[in-house]
Structure formats: C-alpha cells, structure tokens
Design a protein around this ligand. Structure first.
Ligand code: MF3
Ligand code: CO
Ligand code: CO
Length: 275
C-alpha cells in the first residue's frame, strides 16, 4: 500500500518517512479505534447463515453515521462501501453485496472510521453457523499470529522483528503468510509509511519509536500464499482457492510497547466469538 502524509512544519518524521505523533494524539486514535471496534462487536449477532454481506455492510454504514463519524472507505479510490467483507478463500477487499452466507462460511469484516480526523482501522473473523475444525485452526492461528506481531511492536525493535514473529508463528503451523498486502501507517491519514510486512527477518527494516501509529493485519492461508485480484479490481482471492483469514488492529507505540486502539469494548476480539 502506498500513502502520503501531510508534512507540516510541526510534524516529526523519521529518516524512513514515518510520522511520530505526540502523546496528546493518542486520545484521538483511542476514540476512533474504539468506535471501529464497537461496530465489529455489534455486527457479530447479525452474522448467520442466510444473511447477505450487503445487509451487514448497510448496518455498518448506518452505525457509522449514527455515531457522527465518517467511513474512510466510502469514496476511497472509488470503493463504495463502509466495510470489506471477505468470505472463505477471499483474502481481503471483498465487496459486500448479494452474497448469501451459508453454514460454515468464515468471513473477515474490515471497518475503517474517521472520528475528529483520526482513523480507526480494524478487522476480525466471524463464522456463519458452525465452524469446521480446519477453519477453526486457521482462524485461531491467524489471531495468535497478529498478537505475536503486536508483542514484537516496541521501541528499539524493527519492523522486520514484527514480520518475523508473525511469519515464524504461521509457518510453524504449516500455514502461509500472504505477501501481496501489508499493514500501514495511519493516524490523520488512512495509509501512510511504513509498509508493515507480515514476514521478514529479525533486525531488518525501520526501528520502532514512540509515537508511531500503524496497523498490523496479517492474512494467513491454509494453502499457498499467492493471491490474485478479480475483475472487479478489488476482491483478492487465494490462487489455489484455499481458505484465508485475517485480523487487524491499529496500534500506537509507547515507551512500554504497543497500545492497541481497536480492542473490543466487550471482549469479543477473539476467533469467531459466540455470544
Ligand atoms: N481497511 C483496509 C485496510 O486494512 C483498506 C480497505 S480499502 C477499501 O487497510 F477501499 F477496500 F475499502
Ligand atoms: Co488497514
Ligand atoms: Co482494515
């Protein structure tokens, strides 16, 4: 992903072009992140066999408006929806519509909101009906891979340390890390430097510093890592049609480590949470 930042005189940039935000900026990200996460909590009870992805997206659209916030994705590079909904072998950027969920489908719902100019970007997995054992394994490993990445996100570590933690974990479970999409800096913009790769070698890449805001959003496949984008120019699928899963948090680097802005207010950021 590429992104450009507004380089004002007052903003601090690292030599790698990564913006360093101020301690007072965390409050804005907390508010935006909380709303995005609350929406992902609230959508859970609407995911069931027979439901369409279009109805889920319409609910999300309504809730963003009701909160007085703005969808970051509606109008973004021509995208027309408040969410991406990626079912089964869809890796990311699935377009909501008439698709009817059936028993055992796994899906990622990805929402980005803007609150007072700050961006909150998060996604989770859901299941319609009953979860198969192999899908359960994939979803659990993907969730845990994200958390391994977040554990490696602290001052002095590098972005390569984050990617390596995710890659080692996923591959140790004989799953693969998608290379074609990555996490990204965000804050007052949707996509900014750096590209946050979900694979890599320890000690490589930019060094993390307090005040960096970015996402980690690994996509993990049961089969091979290669993807292709469908003719709609958005929907990315696994080339081998294997199942794919993704979780995403927006985080900020503190002296201690990482603050997660998109934690579930109701403790529902968990593999296929069931009420
Ligand atoms: N929310 C996605 C991300 O994690 C980006 C979606 S862009 C869209 O970066 F246009 F497809 F919505
Ligand atoms: Co993102
Ligand atoms: Co997202």
């Amino acid at each position: 992903m590429k992104g450009s930042d507004v380089n004002t005189n007052t903003s601090r940039l690292t030599k790698d072009g990564i913006r360093l935000y101020e301690p007072g900026d965390f409050a804005g990200m907390q508010k935006a992140g909380r709303l995005a996460a609350q929406i992902l909590d609230d959508i859970a009870e609407h995911v069931f066999p027979g439901q369409t992805t279009g109805v889920l997206d319409q609910l999300i659209t309504d809730w963003v408006a009701a909160a007085g916030a703005t969808s970051a994705t509606i109008g973004y590079k021509g995208y027309q929806h408040a969410s991406c909904i990626s079912v089964n072998h869809v890796v990311c950027h699935g377009i909501p519509g008439d698709k009817v969920l059936k028993d055992g489908d796994i899906l990622n719902i990805d929402v980005t909101v803007i609150v007072d100019g700050w961006f909150g970007d998060t996604s989770r997995m859901y299941v319609a009906g009953n979860l198969s054992r192999k899908a359960e394994r994939l979803v659990q490993v993907t969730h845990d891979a994200l958390m391994k990445g977040i554990e490696a996100a602290k001052p002095g570590n590098t972005f390569g340390d984050i990617g390596n933690a995710i890659q080692i974990y996923a591959e140790s479970h004989r799953m693969s890390v998608v290379r074609d999409f990555c996490g990204h800096g965000l804050g007052r913009v949707f996509h900014a430097p750096p590209n946050v790769l979900h694979y890599g070698r320890p000690g490589t890449g930019a060094v993390l510093e307090e005040g960096m805001f970015f996402t980690i959003e690994p996509m993990i496949n049961l089969g091979r890592p290669e993807t292709k984008v469908l003719a709609d120019d958005w929907t990315a699928v696994t080339r081998d049609k294997s199942l794919s899963a993704q979780f995403e948090h927006s985080i900020g680097i503190t002296t201690q480590g990482a603050e997660i802005f998109t934690l579930s207010p109701n403790g529902m950021f968990h593999p296929t949470y069931k009420a």
